[in-house]
Design a protein around this ligand. Structure first.
Ligand SMILES: Cc1ncc(COP(=O)(O)O)c(C=O)c1O
Length: 361
């Protein structure tokens, strides 16, 4: 059947594995802190080859809990990028610390290294580094060594990059600690909110565990302040059943991305950086005619999205005076084209054909 419309995302139908594991949890009748949570912790820790996985309610909580565990407080500074999802900056401000925004490199949307070195001060305690759109920051090793040299904690935000790698090393294993989101649309998605903290640092793991679980070192033994940020059994079971498909789904995303690269390479637009370990959570192109193109594609019944229409450094809530011109430029020119393992090659070819027509007209 010829394709004449493409939705941005379609999260149905659910795999049989998901349906049957939900049945199992319902029959088990244990909905928190049961065997499925342990199964998820073990399987994710094995996948990442990291010692500790602390499941949480979502990635935003994970980031906040990490900052609390590192004892980030008022008077401290935390560096992050000016172009990402809200959480990377909001958690810093929530704790009363100062946000130091760094501009991005437009080639890969990751933090600009030269700016990072300039922003480090005696007050800097940590860097929250998002690996946006499924691409590990191409200079992550250098960033890790800058952080080490300056005694700054490197927190990787892996919300968009499950299974991504650089030179064979998986995302979430470069820094001191990493945060993951399993929001349903992510490369590894639950059926609601869920998140995790991953580390091989025992001290950080212990602290995060306390912060995520009411400060309890054992049942009813509250040794410090804490939050209630837990992953429930249903989400843990769903995630364990989906994890074995993560690499296969990422390969499918890469295959669809290649259709875009091959089809769009001669047009007047900027394609995303390609690399072997990219897992294409999004396929983000840049063009000065972004809004016009989006409207045109919608007329062809192709849904697109904008990640993100406003730079963090530009948001009034952050009351920040940094000028991050690349982040600003990105917010005005980025367009995310549909890319999901559920999409067919015919659908991606229809998008490609329509984008070409737009630039020809
Ligand atoms: C880069 C990034 N960081 C953090 C988050 C927050 O994740 P959650 O919705 O699980 O709190 C997201 C979610 O979209 C994200 O994309």
């Amino acid at each position: 059947m010829p394709v004449n419309s493409v939705s941005f995302l379609n999260l149905t139908p659910l795999r049989d594995e998901v349906k049957s594991v939900i049945e199992e949890v319902l029959e088990e009748g244990v909905f928190m802190n049961g065997k499925y949570l342990n199964r998820f912790k073990d399987s994710f820790s094995t996948y990442l080859k990291q010692d500790y996985v602390i499941p949480t309610a979502n990635c935003t909580d994970s980031l906040e809990i990490i900052l609390r565990s590192l004892e980030i407080k008022k008077g401290d500074e935390v560096i992050t990028t000016a172009f990402s999802w809200f959480s990377d900056a909001s958690v810093i401000q929530l704790l009363g610390a100062e946000i130091a925004f760094c501009d991005i490199d437009l080639n890969h949307f990751g933090i600009q290294i030269s700016e990072l070195e300039e922003r480090i001060s005696t007050k800097t305690k940590a860097l929250i580094l998002p690996h946006l759109f499924g691409l590990v920051h191409p200079e992550i090793e250098k960033i890790a060594s800058i952080c080490k040299k300056n005694n700054i904690h490197l927190i990787e935000d892996c919300a968009q990059a499950h299974g991504a790698s650089l030179n064979g090393k998986l995302v979430g294993t470069f820094g001191d600690v990493a945060a993951f989101s399993f929001y349903p649309t992510k490369n590894l998605g639950a059926l609601g909110d869920a998140g995790a903290i991953v580390t091989s640092n025992q001290k950080i793991a212990e602290k995060c565990n306390l912060w995520a679980n009411h400060g309890q070192s054992g049942r009813n033994n509250h040794v410090q302040m804490g939050r209630n940020s837990r992953m429930d059994e249903l989400q843990a079971a769903v995630l364990s059943s989906q994890l074995p498909f993560l690499d296969m789904n990422n390969t499918k995303r890469k295959k669809l991305a290649m259709l875009y690269y091959n089809g769009l390479n001669s047009l007047d637009l900027v394609l995303p950086m390609n690399s072997k370990g990219h897992v294409f959570h999004q396929f983000v192109i840049r063009t000065d005619r972004r809004d016009e193109l989006r409207k045109y594609l919608l007329q062809k019944e192709i849904e697109t999205d904008i990640h993100y229409p406003e730079a963090l450094s530009d948001m009034a809530v952050f009351n920040n005076s940094s000028l991050c011109s690349n982040a600003l430029k990105a917010s005005k020119t980025v367009l995310s084209l549909p890319i999901h393992p559920m999409h067919t090659e015919e659908e991606i070819n229809y998008v490609t054909k329509s984008v070409k027509l737009f630039f020809k007209d």
